[in-house]
Design a protein. Structure first.
Lengths: 260, 217
């Protein structure tokens, strides 16, 4: 008979170090993200937005471009069917129904023909951010247009947006050239680790005060712009890209100023 | 709760102070749950924000990736709220939520198996861990990531949440014997990675609190 000593780890010590390690994990303030898309099952499509609306955050509604945008700050590509194509211009209130029975019986309000939400004043949009579904599309409230010109190879730039108050940002491109949305989503995802290892940068970090994600791809120069939208008032956008030339064209100059 | 409503109405945000949330939750969780069942938005916000830190840490320990963990917490919270009508009165919401988060984390792991190994604090994407013990914390998190997902679940349940074998089994939906065997295997692997750290930090000479002591070969 041979006595073999396997481990000397003690319960008490191990509990201590594991608790210390996990309690040391930084917990930023977060927002509850609701994602809506027609490709998702109804129950799944509506339950999170309902909760998100209840928790006072933006719910994103839209088609492929919105799915891609959502994928930039959440785990979108697996949650959202990018092949679906519901109208992107959706806005309106979305009250929180009772949670029991499950909320799949509640329908999203029909989209208005004109996205008034994004043409109203900033303060109005901000006040609506709590209980509204925001639709982002071509008529979105754009803070800046980013024009990217680069070589014919894939590249990505890192965009860091800081000091925005309470809203979720989305981005979309006016043209994707010959690249399909799925390819772009996959590309964005495949670079997650690479991006997150960059000091101070990363993909789809959703915090109040900081949002970073992969932004632009320029195959053959076919992608001409990337727009960022937000209902916030304090949005400072810092761009850094090692390879591409980038210019920033503010569309709404008053949005660059902090609120009085 | 009225305060939360007023805050939300006045400031357009649910970013309440954590202390305020904790007081409210601890004193009136049952009332909060009742209000959540009725669709009360302020109650939902209080529940979410008060339970978020611990849920995120559990998910982070299970998944090892911050973004996926954040999403798992939100999905888990969503599931927990959807199934709130199934929650027995005697069961703490904390337990119910963490179980749901664990389930959601399993789904995230199945979808994407992140293999992120962080060895240097400078490689951290955004200060995942901080403080004077960051090196040790990284070592522990790294050791956790080396475990299989099921082993991580057991370790989190036993050593972070402090559940017994029986409680862990109920929490994870398996038999106590399974918990025991997974704990055994996990500790053996953790011991390989952490034994040096333990000896350096606080040498011990065996005792009743040894997780795995000896076996007869």
């Amino acid at each position: 008979v041979k006595i073999v000593r396997l481990s000397t780890l003690s319960h008490k010590w191990l509990s201590g170090v594991i608790q210390d390690a996990l309690d040391g994990v930084a917990v930023p303030e977060t927002q509850f993200v609701g994602l809506v898309d027609s490709g998702v099952q109804p129950r799944r499509r509506l339950s999170r937005p309902v909760l998100a609306a209840a928790l006072g955050v933006v719910v994103v509604v839209g088609g492929p471009s919105i799915a891609l945008a959502a994928g930039a700050f959440s785990t979108g590509p697996t949650k959202i069917n990018t092949a679906s194509s519901i109208p992107a211009h959706v806005g309106g209130s979305f009250p929180c129904p009772p949670m029991n029975p499950p909320p799949q019986s509640f329908a999203v309000p029909p989209p208005p023909k004109t996205p008034e939400l994004f043409t109203t004043s900033l303060s109005h949009a901000q006040s609506l951010a709590r209980f509204s579904i925001f639709g982002f599309g071509q008529s979105q409230l754009s803070l800046a247009k980013v024009q990217v010109q680069g070589p014919t190879t894939y590249q990505f730039c890192q965009v860091t947006i800081t000091e925005y108050p309470t809203v979720i940002l989305s981005y979309s491109s006016s043209s994707y050239g010959h690249i399909t949305l799925d390819e772009i989503s996959e590309f964005a995802h495949s670079n997650t680790d690479q991006a997150t290892q960059t000091p101070g940068g990363g993909l789809k970090t959703l915090n109040i005060g900081s949002l970073q994600f992969i932004a632009a791809y320029t195959p053959s120069g076919l992608i001409d712009q990337v727009s960022f939208s937000s209902a916030g008032t304090q949005v400072l956008i810092n761009f850094s890209t090692p390879e591409a030339e980038m210019s920033i064209q503010p569309l709404l100059s008053d949005l660059q100023q902090p609120p009085s | 709760l009225g305060g939360a409503k007023r805050l939300s109405e006045d400031y357009g945000t649910f970013c309440l102070s954590s202390a305020f949330l904790l007081v409210m939750v601890e004193s009136n969780e049952q009332e909060l749950l009742d209000r959540c069942r009725e669709g009360d938005q302020a109650a939902l916000a209080v529940l979410f924000h008060s339970h978020y830190p611990k849920s995120l840490r559990v998910a982070f320990g299970l998944i090892g990736d911050r973004q996926l963990a954040e999403d798992a917490v939100q999905e888990g919270f969503s599931r927990a709220i959807r199934g709130l009508h199934k929650l027995d009165p005697g069961v703490p919401f904390d337990w119910w939520l963490l179980r749901s988060v664990t389930w959601a984390s399993r789904t995230e792991i199945r979808r994407r198996r992140p293999e992120i190994v962080l060895r240097d604090p400078s490689e951290l994407p955004e200060a995942d861990v901080a403080g004077p013990n960051s090196e040790m914390r990284l070592l522990v998190l790294d050791a956790l990531r080396r475990l299989s997902p099921r082993s991580r679940e057991v370790v989190i349940a036993r050593f972070y949440l402090g559940y017994s074998e029986r409680e862990s089994a109920k929490f994870l939906g398996c038999r106590p014997g399974t918990v025991k065997s997974r704990t055994y295997r996990a500790l053996r692997l953790l011991g390989r990675d952490l034994r040096d750290a333990e000896n350096k930090e606080k040498p011990k000479q065996g005792g009743e609190d040894r997780a795995i002591k000896y076996f007869v070969a």
